[in-house]
Design a protein around this ligand. Structure first.
Ligand code: SDX
Length: 425
């Protein structure tokens, strides 16, 4: 008998039979109903009240705006850690000691190069105006053809090597996508620079013998990557797990996750926020825009969240980083409008009643734009940041020996009918 204070009882009124199910880790095992009600499915489009897995990686408390990676508060990691250290933490569960960190940084640093066929024939094959996310998603999938051994997903050493490549080559591919769009030559990785500095070098270096990144901007980028590194079962991470559950290789799964992140409801929101602010255009238009949102005619991009019903803790840290970046780059001309929009929304019942607060995307675009990134590179930056989270969840599902993802449905279509020749239709 389960502890009645920590269990639920469900009764099928058609038969009067009941089943008692314990509450475990905040959830109940849906399979417990199967014996009581075979063929009865729980419907939850969008999975808003469904736990698709157990996980020990990231803990979100949406009601209180809490985010922890492997138990460490995001505020402490943003303040004291580095993106590569956070990658290690997410993937291996503990903060590395100095020897582990040195080995990890070495392995990442020395896998940043891309096969020349990828550089010359693949990346240069896109149209000049190809969206970098389309290029990056394709390039990540293409990597599976260069590393066919990645299919051996149950060999831990092999998994480590592919995880390494996906984290180390992300910035190289991203910078290639940007440089190709300008018709500029690709910049090879500079192994004397750290992860974020090297990405800025591959983005911006022109003719100088070595790129000298601004330390404030490189640090701000590193913090932003930390903030994006994982977020439990968001749309793209769920995609990574679903594709991973078919035992596809990690490049194919990561390419699918990149596609999910591309959508404006998800990772594409940072780009959409800037378009929204530019469309609003001036202070005078803020109130009318807010009214159009409340009338359901527009969406306040960068606001709202399926889990957070409080201020996204990442948005607060992003705002702090924005102040540091703007001291170097000059204040974004859109910042004051964004601050005014936030102030109005946070005091308006429409938004308060729906628990709509700024999410991680509301301010990040202002920083990226001030650092010189074009709008279509914003979600590419999100992809680089989220890669370790996707890979940590992919690895976790394999270690959990999870079954293939295959939900059921409620059929609401027509019943059986006979085929009729076209002449009789
Ligand atoms: C990310 O899941 C994650 O963790 C994602 C993420 C991560 O790190 O992986 O945090 C990153 O994707 C952040 C979210 C970025 N997206 C945006 O900023 C786009 C704008 N926001 C939304 O479209 C929306 O808020 C979602 C998609 C984020 C959440 O959608 P839900 O949970 O399905 O909520 P909903 O669409 O059902 O809205 C509930 C109500 C509705 O009003 P009513 O129908 O009840 O009257 O809130 C309203 C919506 O109209 N609403 C908004 C709104 N978001 C929700 N109204 C205006 N503006 C908005 N942004």
């Amino acid at each position: 008998m389960a502890d009645p204070t920590e269990s639920v009882t469900i009764t099928d009124n058609r038969t009067g039979e009941s089943v008692e199910v314990p509450l475990v880790d905040g959830g109940v095992d849906a399979k417990a109903w199967a014996k009581l009600m075979p063929g009865v499915w729980f419907t939850d489009p969008g999975f808003s009240v469904t736990a698709s897995t157990t996980s020990a990686i990231t803990d979100l408390d949406g009601a209180n705006g809490i985010l922890r990676y492997r138990g460490y508060p995001i505020e402490q990691l943003a303040e004291s850690s580095t993106f590569l250290e956070v990658c290690y933490l997410l993937l291996f569960g503990e903060l590395p000691d100095q020897q582990q960190m040195d080995a990890w940084v070495h392995d990442i640093t020395y896998h940043t190069f891309i096969h020349e066929n990828m550089r010359k024939r693949f990346m240069e094959g896109f149209h000049y105006d190809a969206h970098p996310m389309g290029m990056l998603m394709s390039a990540i999938a293409a990597l599976s053809t260069f590393y066919p051994e990645a299919k051996d997903i149950f060999d831990p050493d092999n998994r480590y090597k592919q995880i390494n490549r996906l984290i180390s080559k992300g910035p190289t591919l991203a910078a290639m996508a940007y440089r190709a769009s300008l018709g500029m030559p690709f910049v090879y990785p500079d192994n004397e620079l750290n992860y974020s500095e090297n990405f800025l070098s591959m983005m911006w270096r022109v003719a100088e013998p070595q790129f000298k990144p601004d330390p404030v901007l490189a640090k701000a980028l590193d913090v932003l990557l930390i903030l994006h590194a994982d977020h439990e079962q968001n749309c793209s991470t769920t995609t990574m797990r679903v594709v991973g559950s078919s035992h596809a290789d990690p490049y194919s799964a990561a390419a699918a996750a990149t596609g999910a992140l591309y959508g404006p409801r998800h990772g594409g929101a940072n780009e959409a926020v800037i378009h929204m602010l530019e469309d609003i255009g001036s202070y005078d238009n803020i109130e009318p825009f807010v009214e159009s949102v409340k009338a359901g005619e527009s969406r306040l991009m960068g606001f709202g969240h399926r889990v957070y019903k409080a201020y996204d803790p990442r948005a607060r840290i992003v705002k702090e980083q924005a102040d540091k970046v703007f001291e170097v780059t000059g204040k974004s001309p859109l910042l004051d409008m964004a601050l005014k929009l936030e102030e109005i929304a946070l005091n308006d019942d429409y938004f308060k009643s729906r628990n709509l607060y700024p999410n991680v995307d509301f301010y990040t675009g202002l920083i990226y734009q001030s650092m010189g990134f074009p709008l279509d590179m914003f979600t590419v930056l999100f992809t680089i940041g989220r890669m370790p989270g996707w890979l940590a969840h992919w690895q976790e599902l394999l270690e959990q020996e999870q079954r293939i993802a295959r939900p059921r449905q409620l059929y609401t279509g027509v019943g059986e009918r006979a085929y009729t020749p076209i002449a009789d239709r």
